[in-house]
Design a protein around this ligand. Sequence first.
Ligand code: ZN
Length: 213
Amino acid sequence: MYDERSPADVLPVQKVYSPEMPSVTTESVLDRFRRVGALLDGHFRLTSGLHSSGFMQCALVLQHPTDAEACGAEIAAKVRELGPQVVLSPALGGIVIGQEVGRALGVRAMFAERQDGKLMLRRGFSLAPGERVLVVEDVVTTGGSTRETIEVARAAGATVVGAAAIIDRSGGQQSLDVPFHALASVSLPTYQPETCPLCAAGQPVVKPGSRSA
Ligand SMILES: [Zn+2]
């Protein structure tokens, strides 16, 4: 959806929208990301091959346990009123933050993982019929893996009371059928290399994480 933007529409990474009022929490979350190099401004070649003016990697925040715990507590504060009894996250990206949300809520946290391409509960994890499940992810982009995780819970007979993430990159397009909360909503436009306005402007492209010696 971002691919057709003209150079004039290029949004810097700092461009953060909030569906409601400007949130102190959103800024504090992104400050947390910037502090550990998990949110970079520039011209990046993403793993997908697309180019972007920003790079975000939640794992670089979550590697710091105190930051992970703080993000978990902030999510828990937003979802506590939903009354979740268990947190379910998709592996791998959702595991650490799911654990921290579970800790803050005082409920157990489990994860679903892929076997033969299909997301499922393994390792003896189980959900009771009617158990109130909160699905937790690190980043929601299309909402696809969140939806898939919701279906895992429903297939087990549980009730999904909501979904939450640290970062919402969907631009409000995740179209989940349960209440959804994110700590920050971020617009990071991506471009096909052939039509990348940053390439057109002659800005060198770098791979995130690569370091010059
Ligand atoms: Zn480019």
